[in-house]
Design a protein around this ligand. Structure first.
Ligand SMILES: Cc1ncc(COP(=O)(O)O)c(C=O)c1O
Length: 402
């Protein structure tokens, strides 16, 4: 590779030669970002309503992230978990205070945060009740990441295909079905892992009253309730954590995505009782919790947790949702409905969603398709009403062309 900038076709050709072909990538590459805008090497601009898949809370390349990273990198980048560091303990204090949970562990991704939760729940079950108490209940259509443990917890056959034998001791119930959970929760179950809103599964909300009943069942049977808030957490739904909407608090909660907003950081938070299961020597990571990532996450979390910031996400999210809600009326043959909260929104279609993302891309808008027929919108939390109007206009034009 030379130092001169590469064209999109040169990047695609080199990728074809040497990148693992593990992802169906869109044939686009970007060289610069600012707010919602992304530029490709040829100077074409795109409006990004994918936000790095619900990651870039403050849009692309926010100057404050560069400043924090620069300052911290000049002082101290990494020391390992053999030692303490100030940004790590400050971030743990902030997240535990905000969530009401007691202790935090820092990892490098959402999947790794879920691995931690998985190990914690299993160890908790065995420590408290004995060897036979190790199973984790998860939901159909859930998504918890791509490591083998996280894949084993993910209720999507396409994600699991080809990787058997998976980690044993997982079982799956339909999301929102309290009777199925009631039947699954026997004396072999140590924990239940659920996304408050299923993101990759198609922006699926739980039925009214579901989570308080899940919590009551978990308490009654002695199983830990794990909320995977990797996608829904930290402002995405207009509240600090999505569990606020649903009337139940977790024993363990995992975070990622917006926590580092592009810098790889994941977190597993837990009650004192659950956290006690992972005592000295049971779990760690070399780079997780290093000062560089912790400093930037600390600044991001402080900004996200500002009440005015969260209120703005909620109101911009309402504005976006209202705009989307006009589409089922305008295009009844194509659009089924709208779902989601805050800036985690889905347009449920009666036709496949992927071809529409191609048409939107041709108009300069990046939107993602999930669950076959859902257009998912997870833009930066800083998206403006004007930018939403532009997207809605393009979306209407694309639907009208069908
Ligand atoms: C709910 C949820 N959990 C876990 C993950 C995995 O996070 P990561 O890709 O950072 O490992 C994702 C990623 O999309 C997710 O949406």
């Amino acid at each position: 590779m030379t130092d001169s900038p590469m064209s999109t076709s040169a990047i695609l050709a080199l990728a074809d030669q040497c990148l693992l072909k593990n992802v169906n990538r869109i044939p686009l590459s970007f060289v610069k970002g600012e707010g919602l805008k992304l530029w490709d090497p040829e100077g074409r601009v795109y409006w990004d309503f994918i936000g790095g898949i619900a990651v870039c809370a403050f849009g692309h390349a926010p100057p404050f992230m560069a400043e924090v990273l620069h300052k911290q990198a000049q002082e101290l980048v990494h020391v390992s978990n053999l030692f303490y560091n100030e940004p790590m303990v400050r971030l743990a204090a902030k997240l535990t205070e905000a969530s009401g949970l007691a202790r935090a562990f820092f990892a490098n991704s959402g999947a790794e945060a879920n691995e931690t939760a998985f190990k914690m729940a299993r160890k908790y079950g065995k420590d408290k009740y004995g060897e036979g108490r190790y199973k984790i209940v998860s939901a159909h259509n859930s998504f918890h990441g791509r490591t083998l443990g996280a894949v084993s917890l993910t209720g999507q056959p396409s994600v699991q295909a080809g990787f058997a034998p998976l980690v044993p001791g997982t079982l799956f119930v339909p999301f929102g079905d309290i009777k199925a959970l009631d039947e699954a929760l026997d004396e072999t179950v140590a924990g239940v892992i659920l996304e408050p809103i299923q993101g990759e599964g198609g922006v699926t909300l739980p039925p009214e009253g579901y989570f308080p009943r899940v919590k009551a069942l978990c308490q009654e049977r002695g199983a830990l309730l794990i909320f995977d808030e990797v996608q829904t957490g930290l402002g995405r739904t207009g509240t600090d954590f999505a569990f606020r909407h649903f009337g139940a608090t977790p024993d363990i909660m995992t975070l990622g995505k917006a926590l580092g907003s592009g810098y790889p950081v994941g977190a597993c938070l837990a009650t004192e009782e659950a956290a006690a299961a992972l005592g000295p020597g049971t779990h760690s990571t070399t780079v997780g919790g290093a000062p560089l990532g912790m400093a930037v996450a600390l600044e991001l979390v402080a900004r996200i947790l500002e009440p005015a910031f969260l209120q703005r996400v909620a109101s911009v999210g309402d504005y976006f949702k209202k705009g989307l809600l006009t589409l089922p009326k305008s295009y009844p043959a194509l659009v089924e409905g709208v779902r989601g909260l805050g800036l985690l929104l889905g347009l449920n279609l009666k036709i496949p969603a992927a071809p529409l993302t191609v048409l939107l891309r041709e108009r300069g808008f990046l939107v993602n398709a999930t669950a076959g027929t859902v257009l998912r919108f997870v833009p930066p939390l800083t998206v403006t009403e004007k930018e939403i109007d532009l997207l809605l206009e393009a979306l209407s034009a694309v639907l009208a062309s069908q």
